[in-house]
Design a protein around this ligand. Structure first.
Ligand SMILES: [Zn+2]
Length: 454
């Protein structure tokens, strides 16, 4: 008896069970009965709201997450400075068909794409040439000169992983304006990146080619894309008016927000976990990516609540400016390299706060096999898909430093109903699904911490 008591006193963690299964059950039980993730997300969405980089709300989100992590008593909480672009949408975006024989004048649901230069007051009018994605634009060639190009390539509905469908279609949003400008077009309209037909326009990033004019680029809803396409079939001289006021301002000083619990045995080995704190300037950035940030903080909070001391150093990271620049992720990796830090793994949740079904990853075969060898610990929680390739945008720049990169992989069927829209609000997130994601990430961090990847 005396011997047992003594060993208990000497053990750093009185509450550790020797069994991974039991410890992981404790993580899920604690999160599902007493999690903070949902309430913290509510605060971020409702009290701060959307938070595009360089905005006052982004600065408020930096302050909020810093204070939140301090209130949980993490060992260190600090800000990592990073310069970010500041794009401001300005007044309401407008797209209007002016002369439809069938319908007269018709307003279309539209949102200017991020980083675009607006038309300014007075707008612009032009005839429209419809093309299917970037390949269609290439084929149209000189036909688009002096016209408004309508890039109407849909996401492929047959792909069950909707992120694959997104990847297949998003090129027209990212570089449609740059490519159309090369051909002398005066503006672009882009079909919203959504796999259903509705009236919600989706904004998102686009990149100009500095050697060509910065022409206005706006997304229109899938429903209005279908409408415009059908009107164009009957009437080639259809004229469209568009007005937008986007403007790029001087860069602004912002921050990645980092909270740390120092490892007790191998403090130099780091496991980073988190999401991106910035969002687009519509909705509340709930799924994208308030959810991932709050889940990342929750991983470390659960360690505190359970009284667990990690062997390795755990780091919750809120990266800044994923949406229109990736400056935070890039700077984080640069500083890590400069300091000679050793990340064994970096985990990002940036696929929405939906029901987790697995993890995506990028790494060596050995690292990925180790991850997959833990499958049986996750299957009791309906998490089974551990072989998906992937990771996350913000952790990508760490790649050449050799850590295993992991993305939380939730069910993706509903993500593109909300992505980059006014509909991405707190109410669109389910508490149970969000918490299961936080618990899954904590369980993975736990296994990485206990077992390492060797
Ligand atoms: Zn995101």
């Amino acid at each position: 008896m005396k011997k047992i008591l003594l060993s208990l006193i000497l053990l750093p963690n009185l509450v550790w069970s020797q069994s991974h299964e039991e410890n992981i059950k404790l993580i899920f039980d604690t999160e599902l009965s007493n999690g903070h993730t949902y309430e913290n997300l509510r605060y971020l969405c409702k009290e701060i709201g959307n938070r595009i980089s360089g905005s006052p709300q982004a600065a408020a989100a930096v302050e909020y997450t810093k204070q939140l992590m301090e209130s949980y008593g993490f060992d260190t909480v600090y800000l990592q400075p990073v310069m970010v672009p500041k794009w401001v949408r300005g007044k309401k975006d407008e797209v209007k068909v002016l002369n439809s024989d069938k319908l007269g004048s018709v307003e279309l649901s539209a949102l200017a794409l991020g980083n675009t230069e607006g038309t300014g007051t007075g707008g612009l009018v032009g005839e429209v040439v419809e093309v299917k994605g970037l390949d269609g634009l290439k084929a149209a060639g000189d036909l688009v000169k002096g016209k408004i190009v309508f890039l109407n390539g849909p996401m492929d509905p047959t792909l069950v992983n909707t992120f694959q469908a997104y990847s297949g279609a998003v090129g027209q949003r990212g570089s449609g304006a740059a490519e159309a400008a090369k051909l002398g077009a005066k503006a672009v309209l882009v079909r919203s990146m959504s796999n259903r037909i509705d009236d919600i326009p989706h904004t998102g990033n686009q990149r100009y080619n500095p050697d060509y004019p910065k022409i206005p680029a706006l997304a229109i809803s899938t429903q209005d894309s279908e409408l415009l396409s059908s009107l164009l079939k009957d009437q080639k001289d259809l004229k469209v008016y568009l007005e937008s006021h986007g403007k790029m301002h001087e860069e602004v000083l912002s921050y990645n927000v980092i909270g740390e619990i120092r490892g007790s045995e191998r403090p130099d080995e780091i496991i980073a976990v988190g999401g991106h704190l910035d969002s687009w300037d519509v909705g509340e950035g709930a799924h994208d990516d308030g959810a991932g940030c709050m889940q990342g903080i929750e991983v470390l909070r659960l360690y505190r609540e359970l009284g667990w001391k990690p062997k390795r150093t755990l780091r919750a990271v809120m990266w800044m400016n994923e949406e229109n620049g990736l400056r935070g992720g890039t700077e984080y990796a640069r500083v890590a390299k400069e300091k000679g830090e050793n990340h064994i793994a970096a985990i990002e949740s940036d696929s929405g706060g939906f029901l987790p079904i697995g993890f995506s990853s990028t790494g060596t075969d050995k690292q990925r096999q180790k991850l997959q060898s833990w499958k049986s610990y996750f299957t009791p929680y309906n998490i089974w898909k551990l072989d998906v390739p992937g990771g996350g945008a913000d952790i990508g720049p760490l790649r050449d430093q050799g850590p295993l990169l992991v993305g939380l992989h939730p069910d993706s069927q509903r993500y593109f109903m909300y992505h980059h829209t006014a509909a991405d609000v707190f109410e669109a997130v389910d508490q149970r699904e969000l918490e299961l994601g936080a618990a899954a990430m904590t369980a993975l961090v736990y296994l990485l911490d206990r077992e390492g990847l060797e």
